[in-house]
Design a protein around this ligand. Sequence first.
Ligand code: G3P
Ligand code: CA
Length: 280
Amino acid sequence: IFIPMISKAQFSYDLQGHRGSRGLMPENTIPAMIKALDLGVTTLELDLAVTKDGEIIVSHEPYMNPLICFTPEGSEIKDGDKSHNIYQMTFEEVKKYDSGTKFHAGFPQQVKFHVTKPRLKDLFEVVEKYVADHNLPSPYYNIEIKSSVEGDGAYHPAPAEFSDMVYKLIDSSVSWERVNIQSFDFRVLKYYNQTYPDVTLAMLITDATKSKAQLEELGFQPQIYSPYFVALNQETVKELKEKGMKIIPWTVNTTEQMQKLLDMGVDGIITDFPNLAPKQ
Ligand code: G3P
Ligand code: CA
């Protein structure tokens, strides 16, 4: 079993840049990853979608999000419009959508410039070269397979096929010692556990008050419990740590809240703002 180690960087915990550094750069883009590395993150968090021609793209939504993207013609996409479906586009078409210039009201500090959604393989190539060239520690990757029952066949392949595609690409790109797979979709986690039992897994959870039932439903113990931070408490952290699990909550965006969770004993923090992470 490969467990990601804490790197020798300036943080004694696993600092994870959410979608790279979403608070500062257009999310899930290569510049967002580079910015996160410059800020000293241990791990890059990112999400995946699949194109019609089988390319694995880094994207939170399986479609061009109206809040983030402009059409190839430079027009706005209407609020709520999910029809610019990545699974129905080739990668050539994906590259025509700008994902970097639109003002994001949730993250007004984001630097704005033209950028498109990368393929995971290109992201790996650029990131690995960047750390080698700049003598930075090799990063870990927390890779989310974004699948859901509703999306099967419409927005992405079935979970097993999606999981196999991602496995193959990672296997030929970076060391599994620096990768974990995360998913809200328990089907993905179960499939990995059965098919690729050496891969480190994180279960993504919305309600941290139900860890016992969630672990029962999953049917095995993954290495990482990764909940939305708000309902996480000391008792749950203690219980899960006693079982040998790591706790890595998301998405924590103030220094004060990060410190509170670190004091609770969490092993890592996923944040849009790695620049605000307590140095310890
Ligand atoms: O890694 C956890 C976090 O990324 C899950 O939430 O919606 O930002 O993918 P989301
Ligand atoms: Ca994610």
